[in-house]
Design a protein around this ligand. Structure first.
Ligand SMILES: NC(=O)C1=CN([C@@H]2O[C@H](COP(=O)(O)OP(=O)(O)OC[C@H]3O[C@@H](n4cnc5c(N)ncnc54)[C@H](O)[C@@H]3O)[C@@H](O)[C@H]2O)C=CC1
Ligand SMILES: O=C(O)C1=N[C@H](C(=O)O)C[C@H](O)C1
Length: 232
């Protein structure tokens, strides 16, 4: 595949190295100062940019008939608008808050555990996420997906950063050092705690998942998720 990287930062560089190893070609590395984008040379765009840049990057690709994989977090207030532009242009799109296989399994486990806990009283649920200090958004996109999985399967009405009210699912965000991404779900009662946790040891899992998603999406039209890619 001829891949264009939108965002040539930590993730862009990791995706470049894994994509080359899988015999793909990187035809463009687009970052904040890029002026000309060679849309006619691109088979697929992979966007790991910034919350401010993602919507424009993604929708310009749709308008140029280029399928898009986006892992950028913190731009989802514009998600529905992006989908409308994708549909209008008969485009192809996958957004995932987290592309790693491990986290996508963890998403499934989270929903199953939430279902199990639905009938059990006395437990308060919370989410904690820890990331490196350069991260621009909080809570993490992964924490939001985890929260949505719990809201769909519990009496919680909404999630909130450090929420304290009974009906609020609390998400606590910690920024420290170079942490690639750690997410913990805790159910705490007066007598015990149940916790599930995913720890990324580096960024390779995110990057590999994004490339696998790109390989899967090329040649298709429509809006898909990692559940479709991984057949979960
Ligand atoms: N879905 C997933 O699996 C993962 C998602 N992420 C998300 O991906 C995004 C990028 O993460 P990192 O690479 O760690 O960040 P980073 O800060 O290392 O890289 C972002 C790059 O985007 C560039 N950029 C700024 N404006 C741009 C524009 N208009 N067009 C293109 N590029 C532009 C920046 O100059 C920078 O080089 C973040 O939103 C992060 O939360 C990160 C890891 C995994
Ligand atoms: O910014 C990061 O680094 C990460 N962002 C994603 C998120 O917001 O969930 C995925 C991963 O945790 C790393």
């Amino acid at each position: 595949m001829k891949i264009a990287l939108f965002g040539y930062g930590k993730m862009g560089k990791m995706i470049e190295s894994l994509a080359l190893a899988r015999n793909h070609e990187i035809v463009a590395k687009i970052d904040i100062d890029t002026v000309d984008i060679p849309y006619n040379e691109i088979d697929i765009a992979i966007d790991f940019s910034t919350p401010e840049a993602a919507f424009q990057n993604i929708t310009e690709c749709f308008k140029n008939n280029i399928p898009v994989i986006s892992g950028t977090t913190g731009w989802l207030s514009n998600y529905e608008e992006a989908i409308a532009i994708c549909d209008k242009n008969n485009g192809a799109f996958i957004y995932a808050s987290n592309f790693s296989l491990g986290v996508n399994l963890f998403f499934e486990l989270n929903q199953k555990l939430a279902k199990m806990m639905q009938g059990v009283s006395g437990y308060r649920t919370s989410i904690e996420e820890i990331h490196h200090t350069q991260k621009l958004d909080a809570p993490s996109g992964t924490a939001i997906t985890l929260a949505e999985g719990i809201l769909d399967n519990s009496a919680y009405k909404t999630w909130k950063l450090d929420g304290e009210k009974e009906q609020e699912l609390s998400i606590h965000s910690i920024r420290e050092g170079q942490v690639p991404g750690t997410h913990t779900i805790a159910y705490k009662s007066e007598v015990d705690s149940i916790e599930i946790k995913h720890t990324a040891h580096n960024r390779e899992g995110f990057a590999l998942g994004a490339i696998i998603a790109a390989e899967w999406l090329v040649g298709k039209t429509g809006v898909y998720s990692m559940k479709d890619v991984l057949n979960l």
